[in-house]
Ligand binder design. Structure first.
Ligand SMILES: *Cc1c(COP(=O)(O)O)cnc(C)c1O
Length: 364
């Protein structure tokens, strides 16, 4: 009997996630010195983690022989204090990607429907398909989630709705008023997963806690991978009603989050000044990119996040030419936008290099 005959059919048809290329891979493939390559492809923080988070991570390594605290007790307590919620309302994941998968474990069965925007974060669709559920994709309007259209796509089979704000890859956000009205409009049988991966970059992030306190079926997802600069340590978290958090905690692995990541995450939360500086520097970097792209005559989508879409024509070609010159960005063909690139805001010097290299590639 061949192997495929044994496999869960949704595994055989499962699409593969295309991540931003690691610097080492590009260096090897193109024969470049890794030290000369810049990566502005995965919305990582160009300023790295807070020094306090790095120190805490190093200290945690001293006890590397011990299993981590499987309950993430200290991190959940720290988050509870920050949010004014109960520690039992938090679930910590191996990145918020894991939490997306846990939602699938808890809620999805073959035949269920999951409503999401298009283009939106690719993992929503991957998780949906992995559990044999059906993605129902609702086109964005002016690159922004059309919440009324998403709500209208709900059927009796809908289990989950994913909304990111700011959205990846478009960098657009919905207002708090829009999101609250949308959440209130959803029927009882739908769980609203609100992805706040880039919320820290917003001046006033929408606050859905009043609805969580009312007992609505909402899970808010955050991550230490973006503004906190800890993508390599894989820590994300969700907050929800105690009942919802308990369900998500029930389906995770006992030691899903490593001790180094837990320690770094707590220290990162304690360093508010670092985050504030990153927000400020990101705004300046975004303005630098917007101005430079505009000067090159490129259309962009106004962004409130730490990345920006730019329309460059033949996205695959420009991506490849930039990469040859040691600048890694993200082509948007997998998101159905082949003429666009997604550019992560870097340091001022990285932004300058990106703009200069782009000028060279586009104008010869
Ligand atoms: C980067 C990102 C995430 C999560 O990343 P993790 O590293 O798994 O925490 C989640 N949602 C969106 C929209 C993202 O862009």
């Amino acid at each position: 009997m061949n192997l495929e005959a044994l496999v869960n059919p949704s595994v055989l048809t499962q699409p593969v996630y295309e991540p931003g290329k690691p610097i080492e891979d590009v260096a090897r493939e193109l024969g470049l010195d890794p030290a000369t390559i810049i990566k502005l492809a995965s919305n990582e923080n160009p300023f790295g983690p807070s020094p306090r988070a790095k120190a805490a991570a190093a200290r945690a390594l001293d006890q590397g022989e011990l299993y981590p605290d499987g309950g993430c007790v200290a991190l959940r307590a720290r988050l509870a204090r920050a949010y004014g919620l109960d520690a039992g309302q938090f679930v910590i994941g191996n990145g918020s990607n894991e939490l997306l998968e846990l939602l699938g474990h808890v809620f999805l069965r073959p035949g269920d429907e999951v409503v999401m925007g298009n283009p939106a974060f690719a993992v929503y669709k991957l998780v949906t398909l992995l559990f044999g559920a059906k993605p129902v994709e609702v086109p964005l309007v002016n690159h922004k989630h059309d919440l009324a259209a998403l709500a209208a796509a709900v059927t009796p089979r809908t289990k989950l709705i994913f909304v990111p704000s700011p959205n990846n890859p478009t960098g657009t956000a919905n207002t708090e008023a829009e999101l609250l009205a949308f959440a209130r409009s959803l029927p009882e049988h739908v769980v609203f997963a609100f992805d706040e991966a880039y919320a820290e970059y917003l001046e006033n992030p929408p606050d859905l806690r009043p609805l969580i306190r009312e007992g609505r079926k909402i899970v808010c997802l955050r991550t230490f991978s973006k503004i906190y600069g800890l993508a390599s340590l894989r820590v994300g978290y969700g907050y929800a009603s105690p009942a919802m958090a308990a369900l998500l905690n029930r389906v995770r692995q006992p030691f899903n989050v490593n001790a180094i990541g837990q320690a770094a995450a707590i220290a990162a939360l304690d360093d508010g000044a670092f985050v504030a500086n990153c927000v400020r520097d990101n705004r300046a970097g975004l303005a630098q990119l917007e101005a430079g792209l505009c000067a090159l005559g490129l259309k962009t989508v106004p962004s409130v996040a730490n990345f920006i879409l730019a329309k460059v024509g033949d996205g695959a070609r420009v991506f490849a030419e930039l990469q040859k010159r040691g600048v890694i960005v993200r082509p948007m063909k997998p998101y159905g936008m082949p003429e666009w690139l997604r550019l992560t805001v870097g340091t001022p010097a990285q932004n300058e290099r990106l703009l200069g290299t782009l000028a060279e590639v586009l104008c010869g």
